[in-house]
Design a protein around this ligand. Structure first.
Ligand code: GRF
Length: 204
């Protein structure tokens, strides 16, 4: 059984879907959610994690005087769970290079666009504005550059003629719930080989 740590900031719908997948879906017998960690005490997802009986904690960004201290505390909290995979499941904070490198080869993210198209925020608005016929979501390895790591898996969502960003966002989110367990299974099955980042002398 591989141990997943999920980092969240908000509503946690991907976390719920991954929990279901571990309990009775694609990840049954393959992975468990060892802990859900939020960067904000008011993240709705933490309430949902408690309701689901998942181990959870908060490392609140605002409790630290700078990003380095926050990331050191987050690192210790995550490592304390001895995770096989660290999963950014709607974690809305950009992580610094040191943090990312410490988890090199164990850190993945889900992003609501077909990367490399539309990194960053407001992906659905961007897809509509640029007249995309197909939109979707991506699970990728995390590297220091934002939303730029090697792609593990993608799911496609056709854009409909009457879509606005909200309608499109709803369909992409549903698709994410299919994509994320599938992508994690791929990682667990070693169907994706991660090329390690060059070592810059950081210890893990
Ligand atoms: C998802 O759209 C995910 O792709 C992005 O943040 C959102 C999180 O949604 N990174 P939820 O908190 O899992 O409902």
């Amino acid at each position: 059984m591989k141990r997943l740590v999920l980092l969240i900031s908000g509503r946690g719908s991907n976390m719920v879907s991954l929990a279901q997948s571990c309990q009775s879906g694609l990840l049954l017998g393959r992975a468990i959610i060892a802990k859900v960690i939020a960067d904000r005490p008011q993240a709705i997802g933490i309430v949902r994690a408690r309701e689901l009986g998942l181990p959870n904690s908060v490392v609140a960004y605002r409790d630290f005087s700078d990003r380095r201290q926050f990331e050191n505390a987050l690192h210790d909290e995550v490592e304390g769970v001895a995770p096989d995979l660290v999963v950014l499941a709607g974690f809305m904070r950009i992580l610094g290079e040191d943090f990312v490198r410490r988890f090199d080869g164990r850190l993945i993210n889900i992003h609501p666009s077909l990367l490399p198209k539309f990194p960053g925020l407001k992906t659905h608005e961007q897809a509509l504005m640029s007249g995309e016929k197909v939109h979707g979501a991506t699970v990728h390895w995390v590297v220091p550059a934002l939303d730029a790591g090697p792609i593990i898996d993608q799911i496609f969502v056709p854009v409909e003629s009457n879509d606005d960003s909200e309608r499109l966002a709803q369909r992409v989110l549903k698709a994410e719930h299919v994509l994320f367990p599938r992508a994690i299974l791929k990682v667990l099955n070693n169907q994706y080989v991660h090329e390690r980042m060059p070592d810059h002398g950081l210890t893990s």
